[in-house]
Design a protein around this ligand. Structure first.
Ligand code: FRU
Length: 519
């Protein structure tokens, strides 16, 4: 995003924090991680502002999740890299903040890799470095109206990511003349025996290569006039994704703000071929990783254990209103991590499909498997949850296309509805009556989001994950996804399935989700 946004939003965000509700909550004796709206199985920082996931790397048994973090306020600004670690991508522990702003600027988004061969020379014998590439964003240059506000810098760690040193000769990649020039995503490109870096440059992605992570050579540019251009291109990721036969294809993920399919921030992708220099899209048109309002800046982990599927995590919010959401003392959570695969769409074309990571099953409790569930108008699924918490995982199949809706509700008659509209051949996410929808006037929070059904065949497979303040829909094996957040006055513990015509569901799996936090 353009960062002239900071001043007005900073003011609005601070005002929101000082609202009567916020200050009451701040003085109430609620324990950390048990505040109203606190996600119970998604990562969120203990306090203050978070946006994009950064520096996603697995090493030495640990998954690292760095993130855009303001350690001093619950709004964007003063951006550091926060840090969290996990042994399983499910349980997270926040760590000391990893990178702080310096004379080159704020620490904007970027990535991290294990430099196993010590190509950078920054390691020591027996201690290969973790190397992070990030954007130094200079507020001084921004104020001076300069173009070269954003340059790429490097930091490295010799203790498995616990502490980081900035490279002495930063920046390593100088601005090439674009005001938006950021979010380096690095990977090893084995066929060329070189590092490859994807970088966003306003309306296109630039690729650079390097033998040592320090000196970068421009290879090519991609994307002007292709895909969606309703906003600034940000946070790219070029990766290999397997199809159903296990054959890898090159996929370029491009985040964009604003201009998403349901307004604001969203993630598009291109399926194509990378020849070591240049990426070419083979699938024409515009394609969205998610159609809901709240999955942004998603990128994937590097150096995953052999045999792992590519795994992505996104920021579960939207720049439209992210700095005004009514949570305190933190703002924003990440999505659940998702594995990526290519799956056929209605015309047999390969689409990028997301699925929640399998490891989430560790959190299931009260697991229920129902067969041949007859829905005559309304079926109360919630009756099966003994102690409804508002956190659940639901999976079911619908044998033929027809209208259905899932209604999450509470005693205050607030509701979130996720459903399928046959006339539109679209899934939808409706939070218009979900409680507090007015914290960001004019930002479209209450509008209904639609997502086209992209798969062929009558049978729909639906997975829904619901946490205290979010729902994530994975439809048809994840080729159509929607993620949205909400702020009801009390937890949404009711769960009803409605259908306009009689419907029999061959299988329904329902599980409550355990909290990551002790009671
Ligand atoms: C995306 C983004 C990035 C930038 C970061 C700043 O949400 O705007 O392009 O590096 O956030 O926090």
């Amino acid at each position: 995003m353009r960062h002239a946004y900071l001043a007005p939003l900073l003011a609005a965000g601070l005002a929101a924090c000082q609202s009567p509700t916020a200050s009451t909550e701040a003085t109430s004796p609620v324990r950390p991680y048990h505040e109203p709206y606190r996600p119970q199985f998604h990562f969120s920082p203990k306090e203050n502002w978070m946006n994009d996931p950064n520096g996603l790397v697995y090493e030495n048994g640990t998954y690292h999740l760095f993130f855009q973090f303001n350690p001093t306020a619950p709004v964007a600004g003063n951006i550091h890299w926060g840090h969290a670690t996990s042994a399983d991508l499910v349980h997270w522990q926040q760590q000391p903040t990893a990178l702080a702003p310096d004379s080159l600027g704020l620490i904007f988004s970027g990535s991290a890799v294990l430099d196993a061969q010590n190509t950078s020379g920054l390691g020591q014998p027996g201690r290969p470095p973790l190397v992070a590439l990030y954007t130094s964003h200079s507020e001084a240059r921004e104020k001076a109206g300069r173009q070269d506000v954003e340059n790429q810098s490097l930091a490295y760690s010799l203790d498995h990511g616990q502490t980081w040193q900035k490279y002495a000769h930063n920046p390593v990649l100088l601005n090439q003349g674009s005001r938006d020039f950021r979010d380096p995503k690095v990977r090893w490109y084995a066929p060329g025996d070189k590092w490859l870096l994807a970088l966003s440059a306003h309306d296109h992605i630039e690729f650079y290569s390097s033998k040592n992570l320090l000196n970068w050579t421009k290879e090519s540019a991609f994307g002007r006039g292709l895909g969606a251009h309703g906003g600034v291109w940000e946070c790219p990721d070029l990766l290999e994704v397997p199809d159903a036969q296990g054959k890898p294809h090159d996929v370029l993920i491009v985040n964009m703000n604003p201009g998403g399919p349901n307004s604001g921030s969203a993630t598009q992708y291109f399926v194509g071929a990378f020849d070591g220099k240049q990426f070419r899209a083979t699938l024409p048109g515009t394609h969205w990783l998610g159609y809901g309002p709240d999955n942004y800046a998603g990128v994937t982990w590097s150096n995953l254990p052999a045999g792992s599927a590519p795994t992505l995590i996104g920021w579960m919010s939207n720049w439209n209103y992210g700095q005004q959401v009514p949570t305190t003392p933190w703002r924003s959570a990440m999505t659940v991590p998702r594995t990526l695969a290519l799956r056929p769409g209605a015309q047999g074309e390969l689409l990028l499909a997301s699925q929640p990571i399998a490891g989430l099953s560790r959190l299931y409790e009260q697991v229920l498997n129902l067969t041949n569930v007859a829905v005559a108008g309304r079926y109360d699924l919630g009756q099966h949850l003994k102690n409804p918490t508002g956190r659940l995982r639901l999976k079911f199949t619908v044998p033929q296309a027809q209208n259905w809706s899932l209604i999450l509700s509470n005693a205050a008659k607030e509701q979130v509805v996720v459903g399928y509209d046959q006339a539109r051949n679209a899934y939808y996410f409706d939070r218009s009556k979900s409680g507090n929808v007015n914290f960001a006037p004019g930002k479209g929070f209450a509008q209904v989001a639609y997502a086209p059904r992209l798969a062929a065949g009558p049978t729909q497979e639906i997975i829904l994950l619901v946490d205290a303040a979010s729902a994530e829909l994975f439809a048809d094996g994840g080729v159509t996804c929607m993620t949205g957040i909400f702020f009801p006055s009390q937890p949404l513990t009711g769960l009803v399935l409605q259908a306009s015509a009689p419907l029999t569901l061959p299988s329904v799996e329902l599980a409550a989700m355990k909290s990551l936090w002790p009671k």
